[in-house]
Design a protein. Structure first.
Length: 700
């Protein structure tokens, strides 16, 4: 019998194994970490960088969510926005305590770079796993005006990157190479910064005479320069490779020479409109982001090595016969607005001359009117994103390149699109669609993701091929829906409106279903953003159900029959609904349960304890004080890691009815908005019973 691929893999020399894993996308590495033969290599690769995402210290956010590979995780725009930089593998955690839990579970994981939100997170990691910090490069994204920070920065770790810092009376570790600070701090401690490689000076406009000290070895600099009524010479380090230089212009723009920066590869200036005829840049730059309305035939072709170009403009002349460098890979044209001038229509059609090797094209602005039948796109194009204004009906005549993979179109009238079989992702936003019948989704054998948002569609009867993993109709009006998608994993119907007279049976392959009653930027209680779920039949494979502010009732949960139908359900987020009865709805497989801001009736003191695998319970704002002051106790499972009790009107007496002595793994309790709780008394009482308790959040 021949050996399996994994058996053959582990017999290879170590350097070859590491080389192979370095080329495996992160979305697949996540699935290997528990494999007894190759899990170590997957962890070692993922831990090239650890990023802790949340800066909300009122949340622990629990164990990792379900990781569901979609197939479109590689964002080509990122690759070309940073040309020449190798892709760094990364594992992300939503909170520092999630990271610490992971280290407890995988003690052999050794992060090479750790990016923290603040120094309090560094301190928490220092107390729990100091040995892991000793072998890592430490990055801290935010520093605050707190004297205690100096003590944390004096810990024996390699701090490489620090976020924004105010005026302070102490220096930083000599290991720091990347920092964001005020120019006054820079002048107070110049000796500390001679070895800096990256510097950002936010929130301040500096005059030329204020730049008395600039670290001599800088490779990256971001700052704002004030140009007064007479030109002044500004000498920047010749070592610079990346420069973000914004201008505040008091009178007029004088010629500004940066051509001596022979190592410069990237230049950005997007705050105010400037002319490239007045700013002399080295011809060798490969990345340019510029706000300009002074565009000549050679404005961009003078940079023959240019690979990435972002243009912020009011007038849009570059779509009228302006040539671009032939080697350009990424082109982003963004419309700008002036308060005193209404934007005029700019047609993007036959006069638009995208370069022959372009891979990424984005044209975004309400002044752009597309003429699809006249647009000539290069055959190399892989990613097309268009947002403009217009009522064109000739999108079927758009000739998409045969190898394109991602297409995104917004604010257009679309009857149909001729999509190549290579398309993996289709996104249509705020479009008018007459029917989906002409899209021939079933023939798109590479299609993995479809998002049709904020659109009035009407009747949907779609068949998708076996490649589709993700489908979203968020924010859309649908009179009736029928979907055939044999391998669909994620379905998003947030803010949808489906006529409740017609039932909808979800494909049984769906693992993650989302139907929030609001979307980013919208109010959770906007009556126009409604959902209707009473006539849905949920997937038997469902593992994650998220339906926040969706007007769900106990009657709807009863119809869904989660306990019997969704036996593998692990994560349920039902915050801000109309749920009251909860006694028989949920299967015992739950790991995360969020019932916050519901008027729930807790059936008995042992209800939550019955979920033997429950790690996160969020029952904030559920009037828990009424239950506990009736001298009822509340018990919890041994597996509990996080408990959210915010806004429940608790005091020390009622908190004693919370039976937590068995929760030896408890790490986080949230008591925000329980002003009658004496935090010192509660912490003292929990120290012995909950030895792993890392943080008890409390705020008036």
């Amino acid at each position: 019998m021949s050996k399996s691929f994994i058996d053959q893999l582990v017999e290879l020399p170590l350097e070859i194994i590491h080389s192979i894993f370095s080329n495996i996308p992160d979305r697949y590495l996540h699935t290997y970490i528990d494999n007894p033969l190759i899990g170590t290599y997957a962890l070692d690769t993922l831990f090239s960088k650890v990023t802790i995402e949340s800066n909300d210290t009122d949340h622990y956010w629990g164990p990792p969510d379900i990781h569901i590979p979609i197939g479109d995780e590689l964002d080509i725009s990122n690759a070309y926005f940073a040309p020449g930089l190798p892709e760094v593998h990364e594992i992300r955690f939503e909170h520092v305590y999630h990271f610490l839990d992971f280290l407890d579970k995988y003690p052999n994981s050794n992060p090479k770079i750790i990016s923290f939100n603040d120094l309090n997170e560094v301190l928490a990691a220092h107390k729990a796993h100091p040995n892991k910090l000793k072998v890592a490069d430490i990055q801290v994204r935010n520093l605050y005006s707190d004297r205690s920070e100096e003590g944390i920065l004096n810990l024996p770790y390699k701090f490489l990157k620090l976020g924004y810092t105010e005026h302070r009376d102490y220096g930083f570790p000599t290991t720091v190479r990347d920092v964001e600070l005020s120019h006054t701090t820079l002048l107070i401690f110049p000796g500390y910064y001679d070895d800096l490689q990256m510097l950002r000076i936010p929130h301040y406009g500096l005059k030329a005479e204020e730049l008395r000290y600039i670290p001599p070895k800088l490779q990256s600099l971001s700052m704002t320069l004030i140009l007064e009524d007479s030109p002044r010479e500004v000498k920047l380090p010749i070592s610079l490779r990346s420069l973000e230089l914004e201008f505040i212009i008091d009178v007029r723009f004088f010629p500004f020479d940066l051509s001596y920066l022979v190592n410069l590869k990237s230049f950005t200036s997007l705050q105010n409109s400037i002319s490239l005829s007045s700013v002399s840049l080295p011809k060798s730059i490969t990345s340019l982001s510029i706000y300009t309305d002074d565009i000549q035939p050679d404005t961009f072709t003078q940079f023959s090595n240019l690979r990435r170009l972002k243009i912020h403009t009011v007038y849009g002349e570059m779509v009228y016969g302006i040539p671009f460098p032939e080697g350009l890979l990424l082109l982003f044209i963004e419309g700008a607005y002036l308060e005193y001038r209404l934007p005029q229509d700019v047609e993007v059609g036959k006069d638009f001359l995208p370069p022959p090797n372009l891979k990424f094209l984005k044209v975004d602005g309400d002044q752009f009117v597309f003429a699809p039948e006249d647009m000539e796109l290069p055959p190399s194009l892989e990613y097309l994103k268009l947002r403009g204004y217009g009522e064109q009906l000739d999108w079927p005549f758009l000739k998409l390149p045969s190898h394109i993979s991602k297409v995104s179109i917004s604010q257009q009238d679309i009857e149909s699109l001729n999509l190549p079989r290579t398309v993996t992702t289709l996104k249509l936003t705020a479009c008018t669609l007459y029917s989906l019948d002409y899209f021939n989704f079933e023939k798109l054998i590479s299609l993995v993701k479809v998002s049709i948002r904020d659109t009035r569609i009407g009747y949907i009867d779609c068949r998708f091929g076996p490649s589709l993993n993700y489908l979203s109709f968020a924010g859309s009006y649908i009179s009736r829906i029928s979907i055939v998608a044999p391998n669909l994993k994620i379905l998003d119907l947030s803010c949808h409106n489906i006529d409740s007279a017609y039932p909808f049976k979800m494909p049984d392959s769906v693992i993650y279903f989302r139907m929030n009653g609001y979307m980013k930027g919208g109010s959770p209680f906007d009556p126009r953003q409604t959902v209707e779920g009473s006539n849905m039949v949920l997937s038997k494979s469902l593992r994650n159900l998220t339906a926040e502010a969706a007007n769900l009732t106990s009657e709807t949960l009863k119809k869904w029959n989660l306990r019997s139908r969704c036996k593998h359900l692990e994560i349920v987020n039902l915050g801000r609904n109309l749920i009251t009865k909860i006694d028989s709805h949920f299967p015992p497989s739950l790991r995360i349960l969020d019932l916050s801001s519901n008027k729930i009736i807790i059936p008995n003191s042992r209800f939550f304890k019955g979920f033997k695998q429950l790690e996160v319970l969020r029952i904030g704002d559920v009037a828990l004080d009424n239950y506990l002051t009736g001298r009822y106790c509340l018990e919890f499972p041994d597996s509990l890691v996080e408990l959210d009790l915010r806004g429940n009107g608790l005091d020390n007496k009622s908190f004693k009815h919370m039976k937590l002595s068995n929760c030896k793994g408890l790490r986080f309790i949230n008591l925000t908005r329980n002003p009658n709780c004496d935090i010192v008394t509660i912490i003292t009482g929990l120290q012995e019973t909950c030895p792993l308790l890392s943080r008890l959040s409390y705020r008036e």
